[in-house]
Design a protein around this ligand. Structure first.
Ligand code: ADP
Ligand code: MG
Length: 470
């Protein structure tokens, strides 16, 4: 099925759940741009469609698309304001959804845009809310908040600089999204410096420079990421300089990121540097330990996985180069967890970290003796389990039926029986002289619970692995 037919099939299906008027309004002049590697890229004719689609139709579009092609895993949007009735990729919706009554929607001001600006969909993952504020980036975050509320006013241009993986793209995209959310008729363009340069070269070759200039000069908010890549590209610098000036002089917001402060950028034009320096310049640095931990906790919550606090502390303690590296480790940990049903432990995570980093700091995380001993006695197993749940061994062996002690006790009983083959009587005896029927019930209960509680299953597997009895 070609892209156009697929798109028509999807829209027809969708229309069973979406009112005709909405289908016509929001799917008009849209097109399926590509379906590659599980990603369906949908072209939208106006920036104002972006938020609307993302919030209202992304889920149902994905679900419907999957009915036609189960390989599709994701939906991406791209604004391409050249999309119109005349475009061969666009479907004439009125032909397939003929009007039944002629009802006019209350007149809304028409949004007119110049042709040809392509703005990549803002990544839904980046928002100002999920940016963790640390002392090292507080100012950058505050400036981002202000600019997203009052674009083109006091902080113009806004320049965010700092090393790789420290949140520049996150902030830039979040500002763009927020501005669009506040006013969907604004034309917000986010582009990487690479995009800008490539597009420029293309347009020079096609002798389209007037078109190129016009479209960049008609936007309201211009966000350009990683401006350092413009060094040594004289023609790009020149073109950027003109674009920047036009926008700046007509009070349009410009937001720029860079890996270094403006005066270190080696730009040809001193005037541009001084313009940059007259704006708001903020930097982002590596967040401190507490903030790193907060970032990890947030991400776990977002991903809806529960990871032992000790393990998160261990990652935060060890990864201090960039937030990207920090999240990279967390993602690997989560992947292992999901693939193997095995809750991560400090030990297993240190193996992951070792792959990318020579030295792993263990101080304060595990006992000095790093070689795991196989737990063969009930006493050793009890040690492992109490340590895992960080509770005193005496309580595990004691009388208390509080859940925090009861559960570890049941875990020991279960592992002692299923992994080490001890008799019920022996297990009962070792665990504070309990009756063998108590042990039997506990094991049955554990089996039930593990069937329904994946978290518990993962924890029990992790303990067994640490104790060398997996
Ligand atoms: P840069 O553009 O500076 O190289 P990114 O913006 O791509 O870095 O950030 C890398 C990753 O770290 C992204 O997934 C981003 O969401 C995340 N990140 C960076 N800083 C923070 C923060 N303060 N709070 C939450 N996530 C962050
Ligand atoms: Mg970036």
């Amino acid at each position: 099925m070609n892209l156009k037919d697929l798109w028509l099939a999807i829209i027809k299906d969708l229309s069973k759940d979406v009112q005709r008027a909405n289908v016509i309004t929001w799917f008009k002049n849209t097109a399926l741009l590509s379906a590659e590697e599980g990603v369906l890229t949908i072209g939208l004719p106006l920036p104002v469609f972006l938020n609307w689609h993302a919030q209202n139709y992304a889920g149902i579009t994905l679900k419907t698309a999957q009915k036609h092609n189960p390989d599709i895993k994701e939906i991406a949007y791209e604004v391409d304001i050249t999309l119109s009735e005349k475009d061969p990729r666009v479907i004439d919706l009125l032909k397939y959804f003929p009007e039944k009554t002629t009802r006019k929607l209350p007149g809304k001001p028409e949004v007119k845009l110049s042709g040809g600006v392509i703005s990549k969909m803002f990544n839904q993952r980046y928002s100002l809310d999920n940016f963790v504020i640390a002392p090292e980036n507080r100012l950058a975050h505050a400036a981002a908040m202000t600019v997203s509320k009052y674009p083109g006013e006091n902080y113009n241009p806004l320049i965010v600089y700092g090393g790789v993986g420290l949140g520049k793209t996150h902030l830039l995209q979040a500002i763009g999204r927020e501005i669009l959310r506040n006013d969907p008729s604004k034309m917000v363009v986010y582009c990487t410096t690479e995009n800008f340069t490539n597009e420029l070269i293309e347009n020079i070759q096609l002798r389209n420079m007037n078109k190129f200039r016009n479209k960049y000069r008609k936007i309201d908010v211009f966000i350009i990421d990683d401006i350092q890549f413009i060094a040594n590209k004289d023609r790009s610098q020149e073109e950027f300089f003109h674009t920047f000036n036009t926008l700046y002089e007509s009070g349009k917001q410009v937001i720029i990121s860079s890996d270094r402060p403006p005066h270190e950028l080696n730009l040809m034009s001193e005037r541009l540097v001084s313009r940059f320096e007259s704006g708001m310049i903020v930097d982002v640095k590596m967040p401190d330990y507490e903030s790193r931990l907060a970032i990890l906790r947030n991400k776990c919550q977002e991903a809806q996985v529960f990871i032992n606090e000790k393990v998160l502390e261990f990652i935060a303690f060890n990864i201090d180069t960039s937030v990207r590296a920090l999240l990279g480790v967390l993602n690997q940990v989560i992947a292992h967890y999901e693939l193997e049903n095995l809750a991560p432990t400090v030990k297993s995570v240190s193996e992951i970290i070792k792959r990318s980093k020579k030295e792993v700091k263990m101080v304060g995380f595990i006992k000095d003796d790093p070689t795991p001993h196989r737990a063969v006695t009930l006493d050793q197993l009890t040690d492992y389990v109490s340590e895992y749940y960080t509770i005193p061994k005496s309580e595990v062996l004691g009388e208390s039926r509080a859940r925090e002690y009861l559960l570890p006790r049941q875990v020991i009983m279960y592992l002692a029986k299923t992994k080490l083959g001890f008799s019920l009587a022996k297990i009962g005896q070792a665990l504070g002289n309990r009756n063998h029927t108590t042990v039997m019930h506990a094991i049955g209960k554990m089996q039930d619970m593990m069937r329904n509680d994946r978290q518990l299953l993962c924890n029990v597997n992790a303990i067994a692995k640490e104790a060398g009895i997996h």
